[in-house]
Design a protein around this ligand. Structure first.
Ligand code: HEM
Length: 416
């Protein structure tokens, strides 16, 4: 998705199609959301097949939809690609469960993903990042977006307990789930792509658990942890383990790479910001927050209204699908003055909601933040400059904002 908007858009709300995939590949969604925040903060769209959804685009409304399960439930599904199809994993998969069950399971799983717990992984993460950047050191063209798809597997694979030989396949499957209409990942049509990937990923985790139960293992990985936790006094069922393992794989694989490529692209387009961050390494944590805000890789999440709910000057009827556009909230001028400026010193950047808001706030945020901080500190230490070596290509998805290609050439800092 284009992250720097062009000229102000002239939006015909009667014809606006937020599911038009061209909007995210060749169009300019930010200029559309700017107008929505101003003139239509609650927008209703009916798809040709009759499915209907309501969009909220302002920061406060996005936080309210994501943050209050008594008004907006997660139990019928939260991903827009499944709009109108009730989630069969409701109440079993962490993301599709409301409190109080959600709180019990989340507390148990989250113990291994706190900032304190993940700090112990900094050294292996740094080694993985250094290995990741090595091919760029020789000054050849390096497709950062393509290669970045492998980064979470290099970082999280060992933490999850997944052997290296399986990474490439899992990365492909998770990309199919999140961008089932992108020609890079599509098999047949969107529905078939989703069904194949969903089935394969769930089978992978189920088989992994079965093997571990019969052969044992080092018992220290995140998947082992899922097998041993107790939530509400009982262990997770095999189905819950498979579903939550699947969800962690997905969460880890699909978002961090696009945050990396979108932020690097922003720095390429603004060499003065690159220089500023390089001159002062203490800016790296803020650069990461600004990069998260800027890219908003998970562009939206969905809920369903529990009852008729008044919001943003209108009403979402009971059972209506509410899509919270995170990408728009992170450019809301009421929170982020001059929102379309990428500024590594922006102090408000930490208010970004790229990880969501409320009970479902990203459980992997400490790991993602650590990975991104290590990544950008290593990148800035190694390269004097980075330039574009071809046109970026945007991911064909209205759910994940990202790139499929970002050819770059980096100049080694030590080279005279
Ligand atoms: C830059 C990287 C990331 C971004 C932008 C991101 C974004 C998000 C967002 C917006 C949500 C909220 C979903 C909702 O409200 O329904 C979420 C939840 C979640 N994320 Fe992430 N995520 C990232 C990295 C990760 C990583 C590294 C992992 C795994 C280790 C992960 C696993 C999850 C899981 C399991 C949930 C569900 C939490 C719950 O329902 O309580 N994510 N993520």
């Amino acid at each position: 998705m284009r992250l720097t908007p062009g000229a102000a858009a002239d939006v015909d709300f009667g014809r606006l199609d937020l599911f038009d995939l061209d909007l995210y590949t060749t169009g300019d969604p930010h200029s559309v959301w700017d107008v929505m925040r101003m003139k239509a903060p609650l927008h209703r769209q009916v798809l040709p097949d009759g499915r209907t959804f309501w969009s909220v685009t302002r920061y406060d409304d996005v936080c309210r939809v994501l943050g209050d399960h008594r008004e907006f439930t997660s139990e019928r599904g939260t991903v827009v690609t499944h709009l109108g199809v009730d989630d069969v994993a409701a109440g079993k998969l962490l993301t599709s469960t409301d409190p109080p069950r959600h709180t019990q399971v989340r507390r148990a799983i989250g113990a291994m993903l706190t900032a304190r717990a993940v700090a112990a992984w900094e050294d292996p993460i740094r080694r993985a990042v250094v290995r990741f950047l090595e091919p760029a050191l020789d000054g050849d063209v390096f497709d950062l977006a393509e290669r970045a798809l492998l980064l979470p597997a290099m970082v999280t694979g060992p933490l999850l307990g997944i052997p290296e030989r399986d990474w490439a396949e899992l990365v492909e499957l998770t990309a199919m789930v999140t961008a089932p209409s992108d020609p890079h990942f599509q098999h047949g049509n969107q529905a078939a792509t989703l069904a194949i990937a969903h089935h394969e990923l769930l089978s992978y985790v189920t088989e992994w658990v079965k093997r571990r139960r019969s052969h044992g293992g080092d018992q220290e990985s995140l998947l082992d942890h899922l097998m041993s936790v107790r939530a509400g006094g009982a262990p997770l069922t095999d189905e819950e383990i498979a579903l939550d393992g699947y969800s962690i794989l997905l969460g880890a694989n699909v978002t961090t790479p696009h945050t990396v490529s979108g932020t690097v692209h922003a720095l390429i387009e603004r060499p003065e910001q690159f220089a500023k961050a390089q001159a002062d390494p203490t800016l790296v944590p803020n650069l990461v927050e600004e990069g998260l805000r800027w890219t908003s890789a998970a562009c939206n999440f969905m809920r369903y209204a529990v009852r008729d709910t008044h919001i943003a000057g209108g009403t979402i009827p009971a059972g209506g699908a509410a899509v919270a556009w995170i990408g728009s909230a992170n450019r809301d001028e009421s929170q982020f003055p001059d929102p379309h400026t990428f500024d590594v010193t922006r102090t408000a950047a930490k208010r970004q909601v790229a990880f969501g808001y409320g009970p479902h706030f990203c459980i992997g945020a400490p790991l993602a933040r650590l990975t991104l901080r290590v990544f950008f500190s290593e990148l800035l230490q190694r390269f004097a400059s980075i330039g574009l070596a071809g046109e970026p290509q945007h991911l064909r998805s209205y759910f994940i904002a990202g790139m499929t290609h970002l050819p770059v050439v980096a100049q080694n800092r030590k080279t005279p």
